[in-house]
Ligand binder design. Structure first.
Ligand code: GLA
Length: 387
């Protein structure tokens, strides 16, 4: 059971708040490798310099937990021995994390927590994972739970599955917690082996353009895509029992099953197999400083997401299209789950201002919606400070 209220001002429990733990928990970008994580494939994310900030302290009770979110200007109080799913979406991230910690048999006491954020929600930069992982990291430090960083990512992912209802992969949580300053991660989502690659884009920068739309298809279609991929694997497994996920399937093998796969299963699987290949090729291109090649792979990723995986939307497609004839933009693609949020662009740094004005004008003319930019730079994962 939990109670929640909209707080007009800081509730009394939070005035004169002396935290013993502080956490800074970042959002993430993903350079390439979309919808591959839950198919045990490859992704290339990193944390960004936009974060959710937490302050924690014990409150002397056995089990009363009080949280104040400055972002939602809301107060939540619950008993960690009596947890249930809330109707308010943001609450389920913290309730879900608390629940997963209890499932692991860890013991908690009562605590107070203040949450502030400079991460936009709905922009596809994973404020969700930042909230889950930051909260979990704070409780881990406050109560010496002995959870490793990877365990924090995994329990946060479970919280999202079980309390929020989104069957997400591990990418966002992993990037938020495990990233290293000025590096991108080539993450193998099957083994969780991570290779840290220096984020060296020469005279270019990564630029996010926020469509400021978030179509409500996102959650249901996300889970449907996951089911379509799993259904394709089940068909293939009948002949090839060693196949555990689309990670183990190549295009030649997939062709064998074209006639047996139902609905859109073939095209979904094809996209995932091709995208995994693009991530590997992108790694080689980035390491060799071949930004043109990497950019082409970004466009290829977008085409696949738009036409085969069908998780894009007109606003994202417009922005990617708009970038195509600009020789100072090497690549552009939708980023994250899709149906809104941001495009990620690899662009010559000295052209950013000019381009943003041009793109925003065209975008407004077409959709009557303001275009926002989010400046990002590859940053360190979660930072926990004991005071
Ligand atoms: C969301 C999910 C991730 C990942 C991306 C798509 O951000 O949380 O696990 O699947 O979508 O790549």
């Amino acid at each position: 059971m939990s109670t929640s209220t909209n707080a007009q001002k800081l509730p009394e429990a939070f005035t004169d708040f002396k935290p013993s733990i502080k956490v800074a928990s970042p959002g993430r970008i993903n350079l390439i490798g979309e919808h591959t994580d839950y198919n045990n494939g490859f992704v290339m994310p990193t944390a960004i310099d936009k974060k959710i900030y937490f302050e924690f302290k014990e409150n002397g009770t056995d089990s009363t937990c009080r949280i104040y979110s400055a972002t939602y200007n809301a107060h939540l109080e619950f008993d960690h021995n009596n947890l249930s799913i809330s109707e308010k979406s943001w609450e389920n991230y913290v309730l879900g994390v608390t629940n997963e910690i209890k499932v692991l048999g860890k013991s908690l006491k009562g605590f107070d927590c203040i949450i502030k954020s400079d991460l936009s929600t709905g922009a596809g930069i994973s404020s969700s994972a930042a909230l889950e992982c930051g909260f979990a990291s704070g409780l881990n430090a406050l109560f010496d739970l002995g959870l490793s960083k990877v365990e924090i990512t995994q329990l946060s992912q479970k919280a999202e599955h079980n309390f929020v209802g989104n069957k997400c992969g591990i990418m966002d949580q992993y990037a938020s917690v495990m990233s290293k300053q000025d590096h991108i991660i080539l993450l193998d989502c099957e083994s969780l082996h991570a290779e840290y690659i220096p984020a060296d884009f020469k005279s270019c920068k990564l630029l996010l353009l926020n469509t400021n739309v978030s179509h409500n298809l996102a959650d249901s279609e996300y889970n449907t895509r996951r089911q379509e991929c799993e259904a394709a694997v089940e068909v293939i497994q009948k002949k090839y029992p060693e196949v555990k996920s689309l990670r183990d399937v190549n295009l030649e093998m997939l062709e064998e099953f074209k006639a047996q796969l139902e609905g859109k299963q073939y095209q979904r699987a094809r996209y995932v197999i091709e995208e995994n290949e693009r991530v590997i090729n992108a790694t080689t291109a980035i390491k060799a400083g071949k930004l043109n090649e990497f950019g082409e792979l970004m466009y290829g990723s977008h085409d696949g997401l738009q036409h085969n995986y069908e998780v894009s939307c007109p606003e994202l497609d417009f922005l990617v299209e708009f970038s195509r004839d600009k020789d100072y933009i090497y690549g552009s693609r939708m980023m994250g789950g899709g149906f809104g949020g941001c495009t990620i662009n690899l662009i010559e740094a000295d052209k950013i201002d000019e381009y943003v004005v041009e793109a925003a004008e065209a975008y407004f003319k077409k959709f009557n919606i303001k275009l926002d930019t989010i400046a990002v730079s590859p940053s360190e994962g979660t930072i926990v400070e004991k005071l």
